[in-house]
Write a protein that binds this ligand. Structure first.
Ligand SMILES: Nc1ncnc2c1ncn2[C@@H]1O[C@H](COP(=O)(O)OP(=O)(O)O)[C@@H](O)[C@H]1O
Ligand SMILES: [Mg+2]
Length: 364
């Protein structure tokens, strides 16, 4: 996929900006706070409908403004796609989507028109922090792989919220009569998530250990990942109903749903040992890169063309050999790469170098 034009209006530090990156690697240099990540965030917003670093859309609106807009033109094998997102400071106004000349109302309408994989300093959290970050990693990847997954996830989350609300009502003396219906609905909504996540985790696992070995240069270190759920891939719905029944009293006491894909995790191991417990900083970093590279491969294979690659300040953390290996793995893609120091992109062979600062981006 080829990004032709990126347009920002009152987006974070930018009042008005148009970028037309060429094929290959576009490097964006600038000091800390220059607005480099803001540009990648804007691309991410158009690909996935949300920021990669904040849950609060309003953060992305330039301070003092009422609204922000981002527009992305991409060229793909099936033609051009024009994606626009407008955000409003007024929390009551939903974000507006504009896709190929038409207004769209559902976030699912946006997903899949442009796809990206972002590598950044925050990736370490995928291998270091709690299960929620890994679920989000899987959910974002799967949503880009299959729009149906995104809808299934929305259905599950909405059903879960309603069931949790019902548990609260019951705890306050409400009737239990509706609970069985919600159990059924939740179990039904859980099934596609469990199946698709388990499949995708296997596909990632097959790739990630090779990427890990390649980047680290250590064949003897074996990086593996497995999807962990209390629900089986074969009969998730049956399992879920059984487990919900077994934990009914506990759920009523805690007023929250104790079983389901919202509790699942990805187990990461290095040569059989729990990576989180035993991995060094360097090993964690390599594992995070291997995961992202695997996500890149899956998108590339399923779409028949590489997704956009956003590399945010990652090269400076790698030694020259690993840097070259990373670039080598992704050279088929169009890349936007940020760094603070010009020496950071040696080996990246950029087709264009830009400098960010003062709400502007200039070619240098
Ligand atoms: N909503 C906003 N309105 C105006 N400026 C913002 C907004 N959000 C962030 N900024 C500014 O953007 C800059 C940070 O941009 P960022 O892209 O994260 O920098 P970096 O180049 O280090 O990646 C800071 O100067 C910050 O003040
Ligand atoms: Mg940054």
């Amino acid at each position: 996929m080829r990004l032709k034009t990126l347009r920002l209006q009152n987006f974070r530090s930018y009042q008005n900006l148009t970028l037309t990156p060429p094929e290959g690697v576009t490097v964006i240099v600038g000091e800390n706070g220059a607005g480099k990540t803001n540009l990648l965030e804007a691309v991410h917003l158009c690909c996935l409908g949300r920021s990669h670093r904040t849950n609060d859309d309003q953060d992305m609106i330039r301070r003092g403004e009422e609204s922000a807009a981002v527009q992305l033109f991409v060229e793909r094998r099936d033609g051009t796609h024009d994606i626009g997102v407008r955000l409003f400071l007024n929390q009551r106004r939903k974000k507006l989507l504009h896709i190929n000349g038409k207004n769209a109302s559902r976030m699912g309408d946006l997903i899949g028109h442009a796809t990206c994989v972002i590598f950044g300093p925050e990736d370490l959290s995928v291998v270091r922090d709690g299960p929620a970050v890994r679920r989000r990693f899987l959910d974002m990847l799967l949503s880009q792989l299959q729009r149906a997954y995104f809808y299934a996830l929305q259905t599950y989350n909405a059903t879960l919220r309603q069931r949790n609300a019902l548990l609260k009502e019951i705890a306050q003396g409400g009737s239990r009569a509706q609970l069985a219906v919600w159990d059924e609905q939740l179990a039904q909504a859980a099934a596609p998530l469990v199946r698709l996540r388990a499949q995708t985790a296997r596909a990632l696992d097959e790739k990630a250990f090779r990427h890990y070995a390649f980047i680290s240069g250590r064949e003897e270190e074996c990086f593996r990942l497995t999807y962990q759920s209390t629900l089986s891939e074969e009969e998730p719905q049956v399992d879920m109903l059984r487990q919900l029944a077994a934990r009914r009293e506990e759920e009523l006491r805690r007023m929250t749903t104790a079983v389901g894909p919202h509790r699942d995790d990805l187990l990461l191991t290095l040569s059989g040992n729990d990576l989180q417990a035993f991995g060094s900083q360097g090993q964690l970093r390599t594992a995070a890169l291997a995961l992202k590279l695997s996500a890149f491969d899956l998108l590339n294979e399923s779409q028949g063309e590489p997704p956009l690659l956003l590399l945010d300040d990652v090269l400076s953390e790698l030694d020259p050999l690993r840097r070259r290996r990373l670039i080598d793995r992704v050279k088929t893609a169009q890349v936007l790469l940020t760094c603070t120091d010009r020496s950071d992109f040696i080996g990246a062979e950029p087709s264009c170098v830009l400098e960010a600062g003062n709400g502007q981006v200039i070619q240098i």
